[in-house]
Write a new protein. Structure first.
Ligand code: SF4
Ligand code: SF4
Lengths: 448, 314
């Protein structure tokens, strides 16, 4: 075999990985591999911990979406102990989740993705970064930094911590929201909504049209989708059921605690990250022309599986998106578009929740007694359906943990998208910095 | 164009990097003084040249090297050594880099046990051999802090560290200083709660109910968490989590401190000291559930957490 091109490390993503592109003697792509090099072993070292400590341990799985882990874990512990949190506690959990996700979406769009679109995918790496973006559009950059700081402050002022929270507890949350806190937060949430609308418009006017060609070519694959929907089929980040959609748009719904019947995890010797696959579709096959078992999660998957968004502005955007790209929309770079539709929903929902009179209720924690049980807690993390499955003993200590995190679901499709991008872009041994960056763009779209 | 900075993340969660970005508008003022030459989260600089053409792994020279995360595998070690060689001043950013952090809870288990669980003991996973490949770095024996392997010049602890301190440390370096450290105070020293030096007694309570407090009143009207009979590790934890001002973050959330800033000084024995603190308010440390893990939650490197010999019958 010919040479191997190594892209190491993959940059502007939230983890450790490298890409190896194998060329044949003629310099054409025969194979690519995305090697994920990180493994920490939470599933083992959480054994023995008191279950009620879990939400503040497992949030450390990811510093970018700690709230997703914090909440999935809280729901798993609620279920182990057989307790239902009061409605106000659920609303406060949802409020914090929405605010945290707003910050996350802004971060990804402007800091990690924008350099490829605002500066250009072929630009030299010394300018193709957030500092380049700051120089190119300083006023927007100042706004972005301000908005991110605002989401962090909203979380910290009320819930103590923005990163690695402690607020959500078995059976509820640690403190109620006072009227004073609510009215201080309201105008900030309004500002976030306006900024979200601005961002959508900015992207639709200045980014997406310019890159329509790239959208239609980079990383394109045709696979299935997984995401949460409410009972009525609407989008929801916090609770509902899972919907697994085939590439042709047909789907099956199932309860979170049935996940083992639908999802298996494959292990390859060349990556620490497992490869979840849709068991019922057959044995996982990472074949670009005929993939089997491969589905995607994260925003594009969610906007594909839901019947509608949960809020009006986001719904209007979804309709426009579907009119242009259909359902399911398969182009990988549309993740960036879908992410902004969700950004709008998060902002609208944060406002809705703050205007809900029940949000200031004092009834925020149900009585909790440790006991033996099993609990599957699932939420939609920014990066996909997040599954925490715990078992406890009679003292409420953890005996078993199984986790499938958002980005892991996307392991197989990311590998396929990279192969597709590399094959389409590299011919006769010719490649340069810009081409390799475009291969990385196929990964970045997933925001792994 | 400013001082050169290289940044890397090892066995980390990216929370430290997010905390840097949360520095907010202060960040924009700081940026013109910093010349980032390598930082994977933001900048596309590659180890083997931009098209992977070089044979040697290379991180550019920098005046300041910043690393988050501890060491869990051979590749982390490699990156750490290269960063040490190429940076004049090496900063350990965050509690994983400083003390192993949460991932060092793994030090209570044998590597084999952990890998067995992950690859062959999970109900969703097709039981498989451990991944083994030249591009999948081998695990080291334990999770280590950076200073167990190389000399670290400056430590900014916290999980995550507060942006105030990141900016403060960098400004000190920009002003030509070569050392910086947080003042040696405890979280309790910065905690406004009411202390009466005795607790309600009884076995130490687990976090199954909320603390007793008036939501409309400030923390200065709430009784100390330990004195309420729960476990709070503030007495032996370095202060600073809320930045230059502000109350301890977890206490602000009406939840106990779990020690994310690490011990107050190097070489401290937080577990011993904490047992003393509990005893002094009339709580029996032996009644604390999962004592060893909870007291060493963020500091499992440096030999604080090890595999215990199997206990018969357990
Ligand atoms: S023990 Fe905890 S609640 Fe009490 S003073 Fe210290 S930090 Fe505050
Ligand atoms: S209160 Fe303790 S655990 Fe919480 S942020 Fe501060 S130092 Fe960390």
């Amino acid at each position: 075999m010919g040479k191997v091109i190594n892209i190491q490390p993959i940059t502007r993503i939230e983890g450790h990985a490298k890409v190896a592109i194998h060329l044949d003697d003629a310099g054409n792509v025969v194979e690519t591999k995305v090697h994920v090099q990180a493994l920490r072993g939470f599933e083992k070292f959480c054994e023995g911990r008191p279950a009620e400590e879990m939400p503040r341990i497992v949030c450390h799985i990811c510093g970018i979406c700690p709230w997703a882990h914090h909440l999935a874990s809280s729901k798993a512990v609620d279920a182990c102990f057989g307790v239902t949190p009061p409605p106000a506690a659920v609303k406060l959990r949802r409020l914090m989740q929405n605010i945290a996700y707003i910050g996350d979406r802004i971060l990804h769009f402007y800091f990690l993705a924008a350099p490829d679109f605002v500066i250009g995918p072929d630009a030299d790496y010394s300018v193709r970064n957030v500092l380049g973006v700051i120089q190119a559009v300083p006023d927007i950059a100042r706004q972005v930094v301000k908005m991110r700081q605002m989401t962090a402050n909203m979380l910290e002022d009320f819930a103590g911590r923005a990163i690695h929270p402690t607020f959500s507890q078995a059976g509820g949350v640690s403190k109620p929201m006072t009227e004073k806190e609510r009215s201080a937060m309201l105008p900030l949430a309004q500002e976030l909504l306006e900024f979200s609308q601005f961002t959508m418009k900015f992207a639709k006017d200045n980014v997406f049209p310019k890159y329509l060609d790239a959208i239609k070519t980079i990383g394109v694959i045709r696979v299935g989708y997984l995401g949460t929907v409410r009972e009525d089929g609407a989008h929801d980040f916090y609770d509902g059921k899972l919907r697994l959609m085939k590439p042709d748009g047909s789907y099956e719904d199932f309860a979170y605690d049935q996940y083992l019947d639908y999802i298996g995890e494959w292990v390859e010797p060349w990556s620490y990250q497992k490869f979840p696959y849709a068991k019922k579709w057959g044995q996982l096959k990472l074949d670009l022309d005929d993939p089997v078992g491969v589905y995607r999660t994260n925003c594009l998957a969610r906007v594909n599986v839901v019947d509608q968004m949960a809020t009006p502005l986001a719904q209007a955007e979804l309709e426009e998106f579907r009119a242009a790209f259909g359902r399911p929309a398969h182009f990988t770079l549309l993740y960036h578009y879908a992410r902004l539709i969700e950004l709008l929903q998060c902002a609208e929902q944060a406002l809705e929740l703050l205007n809900d009179p029940e949000i200031t209720s004092r009834d925020i924690r149900a009585e909790v007694t440790p006991k033996a049980g099993r609990g599957v807690g699932c939420v939609e993390a920014p990066r996909g359906s997040l599954i925490h499955d715990y078992e406890t003993d009679a003292d409420g200590l953890i005996t078993k943990v199984n986790l499938i995190v958002g980005t892991t679901h996307n392991n197989a499709p990311i590998n396929l998208s990279v192969f597709q991008a590399a094959k389409a872009l590299i011919h006769d041994g010719k490649y340069d910095q810009g081409i390799l960056n475009k291969v990385e763009m196929a990964i970045r779209a997933y925001d792994p | 164009m400013g001082v050169t900075v290289a940044e890397e993340w090892l066995n980390a969660c990216s929370g430290c990097e997010i905390s840097i970005l949360n520095t907010g508008e202060a960040l924009l003022d700081l940026l013109p003084h910093l010349n980032f030459v390598h930082i994977p989260v933001l900048l596309d600089h590659k180890y083997f040249g931009q098209t992977g053409e070089k044979t040697a792994f290379e991180i550019p020279e920098a005046v300041v090297g910043i690393i988050s995360g501890g060491v869990r595998n051979e590749e982390h070690k490699h990156v750490l050594n290269e960063m040490r060689q190429k940076s004049k001043i090496l900063i350990a950013l965050g509690s994983c880099a400083a003390y192993g952090g949460i991932p060092a809870q793994a030090n209570m288990f044998k590597n084999d046990e952990i890998l067995e669980k992950v690859f062959r003991g999970s109900p969703s996973t097709n039981p498989s051999p451990n991944p083994e490949h030249s591009d999948v770095p081998k695990w080291t024996n334990t999770v280590q802090a950076l200073d167990e392997i190389v000399k670290v010049d400056l430590t900014i602890p916290g999980c995550p560290p507060h942006p105030d301190w990141i900016a403060d440390a960098i400004l000190a370096l920009l002003a030509g200083k070569t050392a910086w450290a947080l003042p040696e105070r405890s979280v309790c020293d910065t905690c406004p709660v009411i202390r009466e030096k005795k607790s309600v007694g009884g076995p130490i309570k687990r976090g199954l109910t909320n603390l007793d407090f008036d939501p409309e009143a400030g923390l200065d009207k709430m009784r100390c968490i330990n004195e309420q009979g729960f476990f709070c590790i503030g007495p032996v934890t370095l202060a600073g989590c809320a930045g230059k001002e502000g109350v301890p973050r977890c206490v602000q959330a009406r939840t106990p401190c779990r020690g994310c800033f690490g011990p107050i000084r190097k070489g401290a024995r937080p577990m011993v000291d904490m047992m003393g603190a509990l005893t002094s308010v009339g709580l029996d440390p032996k009644t604390l559930v999962d004592r060893r893990a909870i007291m060493n939650r963020y500091i499992g490197a440096h030999g604080y957490l090890t595999v215990l010999p199997a206990r018969p019958g357990k």
